[in-house]
Ligand binder design. Sequence first.
Ligand code: GLU
Length: 286
Amino acid sequence: MTFVTRFAPSPTGPLHLGHAYSAMLAHDMARAESGDFLLRIEDIDKSRARTHWENQIYDDLRWLGVTWDGPVIRQSENTAAYSHALDVLWNKGLLYQCDCKRRDILDAAQAPQEGGAPTHGPDGLIYPGTCRHTHPRIGPRPETVALRLDLSAAIAQIETPLTYSETGKNEGQIQVTNPMQTIGDIVLARRDMGTSYHLSVVVDDAAQGVTHIIRGADLAEATGIHVILQHLLDLPTPIYHHHRLIRDEAGNRLAKRDDARAISKYKAEGATPNDIRRLVGLPPAP
Ligand code: GLU
């Protein structure tokens, strides 16, 4: 089997050391396996994506010695594929319209718990199901509204085990457990985007033939959702490798706004690509 991996940055800020680690690790692994390393720009959030950040990503990656195979895919140009996947789920009766505001969700999530902390999943609060039965699920799929996945109905339609292979820290077969408690009815189409990170990433990884997903441990908890979507959309489940996160001196994860660790800053200060590799704990470029 050919090894195909990808780096999928969102152009919403400068690449920092954490992104560089992710990109170089995936690139090294692909090259070691004589596989393909793809680049995908995740720019569905038009309110935050910027062309100058995208151009900076290309410059930074080239400078780091990260070269990609084939054309760059931009998610903003792939909306028809997301729309099609939503239609498939809608036609299975698995999506419903949700009109809740953030505040409504917080109030409803807190209500039955008598002051107990509401449960959080990869997208924040686990949705309490307020709109689950308020809108009809028949007729054409509504657009320009938020659509949530009816997770318990979805799970009921899946007949094969919800597992995936993980290499790296949590090596082995991982089972997606307690999805209703850990994931809930997540939004698959945002009102402002017509899609969501989870839906787009699953559709694109399959369309690009990605066999190995190498990404930060912060995305490990999103993997359960992705595996569920792969089952519902009849797509293969790749092998996952969630790598350690690069942290600052205080032990915090690096954020997009952490300009001090932007790759362009190190470059401007005279660092070499191998200096960056050393900083993130990778051996010098082969
Ligand atoms: N676009 C996501 C990010 O920049 C990464 C998506 C992924 O690797 O699955 O955090």
